[in-house]
Design a protein. Structure first.
Length: 164
């Protein structure tokens, strides 16, 4: 690059008459679309997401439930949602929680399971550590020995991992 080019090029860039090379290589982000239009009812979902639900804090839990609701609103039946419940979050899946669970959160979890087919997967390690059996869990709760392995397996099967 000549000395004149080194002086003039920054001036052209500043005035907007030239753009840096880096700006020319940026790609536009595609606009987010809703449900795929050419799906038939009952077709497998195009989008798959798994959430980790591992805290007892009601603000945390509400944030995840709000995200699930937004995903359902955006993709309708074109999204498959699983929630792996580990540690202190496990009480939302209990017939009789041993920690306080906000009644609205408790009801929303059941509604997502029963009305929208959201899968709620309980961690067996967590259940064992507090002495719970399958019969201690709500009817819609699924069970795996190790919650972390469910997260790994779902990701390996195309689920996008979402954690707070």
């Amino acid at each position: 690059m000549t000395r004149l080019t080194r002086i003039i090029l920054p001036l052209f860039i500043f005035l907007g008459l030239a753009t840096p090379i880096q700006a020319q290589t940026l790609k536009a982000v595609p606009e987010i679309q809703g449900p795929t239009q050419d799906r038939f009812p009952g077709d497998p979902a195009t989008h798959k997401v798994v959430y980790m639900f591992n805290q007892a804090d009601s603000d945390y839990q509400t944030s995840i439930l709000n995200s699930i609701q937004a995903m359902l609103r955006m993709y309708d039946d074109d999204v498959e949602i699983a929630v792996v419940v580990i540690g202190p979050g496990i009480h939302v899946l209990a017939n009789e929680p041993q920690r306080e669970v906000d009644p609205l959160i408790y009801e929303r979890v059941a509604s997502f399971a029963n009305d929208y087919n959201v899968r709620w997967i309980a961690c067996g390690n967590t259940m064992n550590s507090i002495g719970w059996q399958h019969e201690d869990m709500r009817p819609f709760a699924e069970y795996v020995e190790v919650g972390a392995s469910a997260l790994m397996e779902l990701q390996a099967n195309g689920f996008a991992f979402i954690a707070w």
